[in-house]
Design a protein around this ligand. Structure first.
Ligand code: NAD
Length: 252
């Protein structure tokens, strides 16, 4: 595979590497990404946060999408890509994984420092009082006809703890991601189209601060031209080749 030797060398030397992942890392677990043909946005219109708060029909539409995604992804398991990232953290090469994903699969794979820039769909939060529930509980209500569930304490609108369009980015996660990126000597952008801001700014900042930037994505991205290495191969195949090259087994 072209570039794999350089990738192996860069990871072998890394002591504060960062993995930065997008929807592409979870497609091999069966969760579609947003922009590939057949991806979620080719089938659904996203709901803006302000509309979700203001209008019940938007909440009904938002819940159809959120509950559908949750039910589809409930039985999914981490794949070789997630497992490799967790193992590279355990072995001391990666300091954190910054993810745009909301599916929780990095934690399931055993990664311990996971910065979820766009939140998680495993938790539902009241948009007024902040009370939280496991998503399972609220989706059960949705399945028996509660199309736009409300908080049992304050009647506020309930929403998965994910960042919707038009909603502010979470301050603490942005700060943690910025800190980790500043200190990165190696930045692996894996399975992201790198077009969603501000998330896509992290690889640029890492590069500017002297990190080696590697992009593993089957399609070109706008940052390919500033990367030190671009591998346009499936993620599982690439990460397995990396783990083999390092002499680690990716069977955690
Ligand atoms: P994206 O859909 O814009 O881009 C995914 C990229 O991954 C594409 O360029 C695609 O070519 C590539 N890709 C897909 N499968 C691949 C594979 N097996 N090997 C190599 N490359 C592969 O995703 P994004 O950049 O993460 O941005 C979309 C937004 O959608 C994010 O904000 C994210 O929160 C959200 N999202 C999350 C999930 C999830 O949690 N699993 C799923 C869909 C969307």
């Amino acid at each position: 595979m072209q570039g794999i030797e350089l990738l192996i060398d860069l990871v072998r030397m890394a002591r504060h590497g960062i993995a930065f992942t997008g929807a592409g890392i979870s497609t091999e677990s069966g969760i579609p990404d947003f922009r590939s043909p057949g991806g979620i946005w080719t089938r659904h219109q996203p709901v803006l946060y302000a509309d979700f708060l203001a209008h019940r029909p938007a909440r009904i539409q938002g819940w159809k999408l959120a509950a559908g995604m949750f039910l589809e992804s409930r039985t999914t398991r981490p794949n070789d890509g997630h497992r490799a990232i967790a193992e590279l953290e355990r072995r001391g090469h990666l300091a954190a994984v910054i993810t745009q994903n909301i599916d929780g699969l990095h934690r399931d794979a055993g990664s311990s420092t996971v910065i979820e820039l766009h939140g998680t769909n495993r938790v539902v939060r009241c948009q007024y009082c902040g009370r939280e529930w496991p998503t399972e509980d609220i989706v059960e209500r949705w399945q028996v006809g509660d199309e736009a569930p409300e908080c049992s304490d304050c009647n506020g609108p309930l929403k998965t703890a994910t960042i919707s369009f038009g909603q502010s980015m979470p301050e603490e996660e942005m700060r943690l991601a910025a800190d980790a990126t500043q200190r990165a000597e190696l930045f692996l952008a894996i399975g992201s189209s790198l077009v969603v801001e501000p998330a896509a700014s992290f690889p640029r900042v890492a590069k500017r601060n002297g990190a080696s930037l590697v992009i593993i994505n089957r399609e070109p991205t706008p940052l390919d031209e500033i990367a030190d290495l671009v591998i346009r191969e499936p993620i599982g195949k690439t990460m397995n080749a990396l783990m083999q090259g390092l002499g680690y087994f990716n069977d955690a």
